[in-house]
Write a protein that binds this ligand. Sequence first.
Ligand SMILES: [Zn+2]
Length: 300
Amino acid sequence: MNLSITHACVPVCPVCGSKMSWTIPFFDREVDAVVRRGNGYHWRLCRACGNGFPSTEPTLAELQIYWNRNRIDEAESPVTQEVWRQRVAASRVWAQHSYDFVVPFVRSDSKRFLDVACGLGETVSLFQKHGWQADGVDADPNAKVFHERLGIRTTIGQMESVDALSRFDLISIAHAIYFITEPRRFVQRVRDMLDDGGLFLVVLSDLLSSLNASYPGYVHTWYPTPSSLIYLLEQEGFEILGSQQFRGSRMVVARKGSRTTPRAHPYRAYWAHLSHGWRYRFIGKPLRAVASLRKRIMRA
Ligand SMILES: [Zn+2]
């Protein structure tokens, strides 16, 4: 597999266009370790808006090769029925929680919903059951069989595959916005596809929490924190209506409105990146070990 990339001289933040940035630690799959460097493929944090971004964003074709290795595949042998049952159960929990969170903000009667990167389709199915005209889009062709079982309408492809003339009252993306190429253009496209006053719901893993072992890596196209995501949304004309923490993730709902001056917290994000390794090692890892032990004792 050839994933060779070219390097621009001065990396530019894909969110705000600033050329001022710091280097941050990332997971280098070539050496199978977390490293921090300023040459070759590496990661940076924008000093203006606080968003993490790679020195060179992988192309969609390169990402597709990567995703195909991690796709939903019912035939893969290590994945047992039990694992599938757990994946579906987790998807249902998230679907219900997203629904309960966002519905109080809905003002429109037409109820047209689009779930981007809809995965197993449980969120689309739940909205459909509640009377919404619900659609999903997902890049993985193997997900289609799950959608057919649920009797939901989905498009296999990228966001661009959705009919450009379609309009929605609510668009959501859960646990996938850090895999979207050109995040700024994606948010602009979401805005274009929403009717006036339409809502955008983003579910974001709290990647820099002490409990999260993730690092920026090749699979990510950018690396937002909740506050840098809010920066992007405000920059592109969304008004933040609410946000809620749930199971190590942050749900943010925003309404299409007018442009405002976004607020940024780059130094806070920089500190979170630099301290992430030791925070996970000395706080997150021991806490997770205790939680897992408690679970085993409860089961016994
Ligand atoms: Zn920026």
